[in-house]
Every structure is written in C-alpha cells, then in structure tokens.
Design a protein around this ligand. Structure first.
Ligand SMILES: *Cc1c(COP(=O)(O)O)cnc(C)c1O
Length: 398
C-alpha cells in the first residue's frame, strides 16, 4: 500500500541499475568520510589533510557584493547560459591582465556552476559514443565520469616520476581510436606536477593534429609558488582553437562552496558547451555572478596574499613530512603533497590505518585511479603550526 492507501501496482519488469551507472566505481574516497565521522563522533582530535579545501578567508568583497545583489530584483531571474554580462566582462578583463590576450565577453566565455560540471559536460560537447577520451591517471573524477556517461572509451595515461607526472604529448598523438577529448590539469591535482608554456604548446599541437578538444583544467592557475606562474592556453598560439580552458573561484579565492567558475575558448567550442548546458542546467545564480565580478575586478592583491599564506603552509608541510621519512620535492603549485608510501603498503590500507590509529586524514592515491597506487595525497589544509603534529602522527604509523 502507498501512504494514502492506494494499492501498489506490481512491477512488470524489475528496476534495473543501468550499466552505464553501475559500472562507475563509487565516488573516490574509499570509506574515508565514514571513518572520519565516526572518529569525530567519538571525540578524537582528527587532523584533516583530505579534501582540497584550505579554509582560508574568502575575499571580503565577495560577501559584500552578494549581500547587496541578493536584494536586487533584476538578479532574481534565470541567468540562462550566457549569464550576467558584467560577470563575463570582468572575466575578460581579468584574463587579459593575467595572460595578455583579450577574450570576447559574449562569444568566448561561459559562466559555470563551478568548473567540475563544465569539465564533465565537455564530454557531451566533444564525443560520440565509442570515441576515445584521454585522461591522466590518477586524475580528477569528472575526467573519467564525463566520458563514461557519454558512452565514450577511456584511455587512461598512467602518471609516473619518469615523466614528472605529466602526460607526454606523444600519448595524445598515439592514442587509439577516434580521439575526441583530452583532459590536462597543471598545476596538477593530486601529483602537484607543473609545466611550462612549450609543453602546453606541444599538447595543443597534438590535439589539433588529432582533431580532439583539449579540456585544459586550470583550477590552480593562481596557485604557483616562489614566483612560478602557471601557463594557460591563452599564452599559446591557437590554444583556444582546439581548447577550452576551465577556471574556478574554488581554489583561487577559497570559495569552494559558491559553485562559480567559467570556461573560455573559441566561439565554436563555447557554443557547443553552452548547447549541452542549455539542456541540463540554467547557469549560476545571477547574484553570485555579480559577486564574482566584484572579486575579479580587484583580484590581484587577494591572490598574492593567498599564495603567500599557502606557500608558508607548503614549506612547513614539506619540512615536517620529510622529517617523518617521506621523500619529497616541494610542489611548485596547487594544494597538495604527493607522497610515496615508504612501507609499500596499498594506499587505501595505509590511509585507513593512519586514520584509525592516528586520526589523520590523507587521501589514498588509488582513490583517484590505479595510477595513484602506492601514494597518498596530503592537502595544505592545516595552519602552519599543524603539520609537525600531523607528520609525527603519520610517522608513528610507518
Ligand atoms: C578543485 C578542483 C577543481 C575545481 O572544481 P570546482 O567545481 O570549480 O569547485 C577543478 N579541477 C580540479 C583538478 C580540482 O582539484
């Protein structure tokens, strides 16, 4: 019986778990959130270096502008795909200051509800079922999930120390099948790998030869240490012709929960991505876009200070974990230490053991793909004083 007393109609066919969904692995955290919640509930002092969310203060203007915008009648309606013109103009101006190239605010920029959705939906803009998508392994989940849900074949490129944890451009040239889409991300989550402009140019060239879309995930574009400035497609000749670059407020401005980002690329690629999105979502809340514009208009002082704070954390974390027995190079960008597990234990076992025994959350590298086996990722989420204690605890588990 249903709650209102009507008889339930018998199913004539059992509900199926569609293979496209059931063949996706569980979202990559391997029991960590449950174990963490259990330890916290038991009153343990958990040190969380798991998720990439540093928790630093967000720009003051973001809150002021949102508060003001939240009361404006014209910002309460659907934003649709192209969103708020002032937001796109602020993005164009920020990108021109950053990379020295002008973007057309109406045709070459698309607001996103965070960059993750855009990265996943790029698969529907670029791939037919059976086409090949190439992604780094380990890598961010939407690089696998998007192409899989779009019915494409995945070519996973194992990252390792031999190539400095980068995808060799030859892997793009040699990928089997009809290559429709390539994901790249530098500074890289989780490995911390960084690249220079000639490498990006070689990848753009390889994608152009293969007729593939390059989805260049530049979520960490504004997190480079010791003066390092991560490159982007706008600095490379024809970079936008075969590429879409993805940007986000999440890491640059510590605004992970706001779900605000943008894509930029050639008018043709942006139109394709906008078409996909028009059947799936209706864009970020206009008041958020208004606040995003206010942040971008005066971004540079905030970004410089944010990098300084993260660099202090990086230096403290590297020193502490080296002292604990990990062999580490300081990353030049992003928010993570990528650490080989000295015991040779499987990453998931090690991370769960460190959590249960020492109450320290690390992300097992294998959670981001088989290529991450043997490593754990430690995010720069603790204040400078926290890493000595975290590393001492982890050392006890070695
Ligand atoms: C955090 C992160 C993003 C940003 O995702 P949002 O949806 O913008 O929050 C994108 N790519 C990678 C690799 C990340 O680690």
């Amino acid at each position: 019986m249903t709650p209102d007393g009507a008889p339930v109609r018998p199913a004539t066919r059992p509900a199926v778990d569609p293979r496209r969904l059931s063949s996706l692995p569980p979202y990559p955290l391997a029991g960590i959130p449950e174990a963490r919640a259990r330890l916290l509930a038991a009153g343990r002092d958990v040190l969380d270096l798991g998720a990439g969310d540093p928790g630093l203060p967000i720009p003051g203007r973001a809150v002021d502008a949102l508060r003001e915008a939240a009361g404006r009648p014209e910002l309460q309606s659907y934003g649709f795909q192209r969103g708020l013109p002032a937001y796109r103009r602020a993005i164009a101006s920020f990108m021109e200051r950053r990379y020295g190239r002008a973007l057309h605010p109406d045709r070459e920029i698309l607001p996103l509800i965070g960059s993750k959705e855009g990265l996943a939906l790029a698969a529907f803009a670029a791939l037919d079922p059976g086409d090949t998508a190439l992604a780094p392994d380990p890598g961010y989940a939407p690089y696998f999930g998007g192409p899989h849900l779009a019915g494409a074949r995945l070519e996973r490129v194992r990252l390792g120390p031999e190539t400095g944890f980068t995808v060799p451009p030859e892997a793009i040239l040699d990928a089997p099948g009809t290559l429709g889409l390539v994901y790249l991300n530098y500074p890289n989550n989780p490995t911390g790998a960084t690249v220079e402009r000639p490498y990006v140019a070689a990848c753009v060239d390889a994608c152009a030869r293969r007729g593939a879309l390059l989805a260049y995930d530049n979520a960490y574009a504004e997190i480079g240490f010791a003066g390092y400035r991560p490159p982007g497609l706008l600095e490379v000749e024809d970079g936008l012709e075969c590429g879409i670059e993805f940007h986000s407020f999440s890491k640059s401005f510590n605004m992970t929960g706001w779900r605000l980002g943008w894509a930029c690329g050639s008018a043709a690629w942006i139109a394709r991505l906008a078409k996909v999105k028009s059947f799936i979502d209706t864009g970020p809340y206009l008041a958020l876009q208004h606040a995003g514009a206010a942040v971008l208009e005066d971004a540079e002082p905030y970004l410089a200070r944010n990098v300084m704070l993260l660099e202090e954390r990086r230096d403290a974390a590297v020193a502490a974990f080296r002292g604990a027995g990990f062999d580490l190079e300081p990353p030049r960008g992003a928010l993570y230490l990528w650490m080989r597990i000295p015991t040779g234990e499987p990453a998931r076992d090690f991370a769960l053991r460190v959590l249960e025994e020492q109450a320290v959350v690390l992300l097992p590298g294998s959670a981001l793909g088989a290529g991450g086996e043997g490593y754990v990722r430690a995010a720069l989420t603790l204040p400078v004083e926290g890493y000595e204690e975290a590393a001492t605890r982890v050392a006890r588990a070695l």
